[in-house]
Write a protein that binds this ligand. Structure first.
Ligand code: 5GP
Length: 206
């Protein structure tokens, strides 16, 4: 039997660089604990972007299918984001924790808090912060995908989201990707040293 794993929920405003940091973090986890990193594949009603495949980045579902998943309890938490549903499938999450995996979740604030409530000691919540609001603005503009009004709306939302940082256990500033991933790694390393995640190790001392 494996020691318990850990759910690592990471939230942060649009443009803060969650995706890039989580990618780097996966490499660091694999270096330290080979085969134990995992990623929670959410279900969503938004359409796939070019290059995205069903079952890889997301489980792409119709609104009807998604609502059915809510009804049957297949989804452990869900949130609406820019008019679309996003939710975390329950069974794989519990299963992976039981297998000792470190499961990364890239989810909204409400999502992180809901997972924390349900998984308690099996979960840790982290808010990813930008170096500054002006840097966040520059990153959002740098994407070149949004007009002035949309950037302003995202910045206003970012301020609201960051105001809720105190509801998270940890906050990590993403000044630079490697440094942010290394900071999150420190959190995971100390979580992995908690006694509840070493019961098998202790049993196996003999
Ligand atoms: P995107 O459409 O850019 O992939 O994701 C939009 C937002 O949805 C991001 O903030 C992402 O963190 C969030 N998100 C993705 N999956 C889930 C989920 O399962 N639950 C919740 N609550 N948010 C999610």
């Amino acid at each position: 039997m494996a020691d318990r794993g850990l759910i690592v929920s990471v939230s942060g405003p649009s443009g803060v660089g969650k995706g890039t940091v989580l990618k780097r973090l996966t490499e660091l986890i694999e270096e330290k604990w080979p085969g134990r990193s995992s990623y929670s594949i959410s279900a969503t009603t938004r359409s796939p972007r070019p290059g995205e495949t069903d079952g890889v980045e997301y489980h792409f579902r119709t609104r009807e299918e998604f609502e059915k998943m809510i009804e049957t309890g297949e989804i452990i938490e869900y949130d609406l984001y820019v008019g679309n549903y996003y939710g975390t499938p329950a069974a794989p999450l519990a299963e992976k924790v039981g297998q000792g995996k470190i499961v990364l979740c890239d989810i909204t604030i409400e999502g992180s808090l809901a997972i924390e409530k349900k998984f308690d000691e099996d979960s840790v919540t982290i808010m990813l912060l930008p170096p500054s609001y002006s840097e966040l603005e520059a990153r959002l503009k740098g994407r070149g995908t949004e007009d002035e009004a949309k950037v302003a709306a995202r910045l206003a939302k970012a301020r609201e989201e960051i105001a809720r940082t105190g509801e998270f256990e940890y906050a990590v500033q993403n000044i630079e990707v490697d440094q942010a991933a290394a900071d999150i790694m420190k959190i995971i390393e100390s979580e992995m040293l908690k006694t509840i995640r070493q019961t098998q190790t202790i049993k196996n001392l003999d």
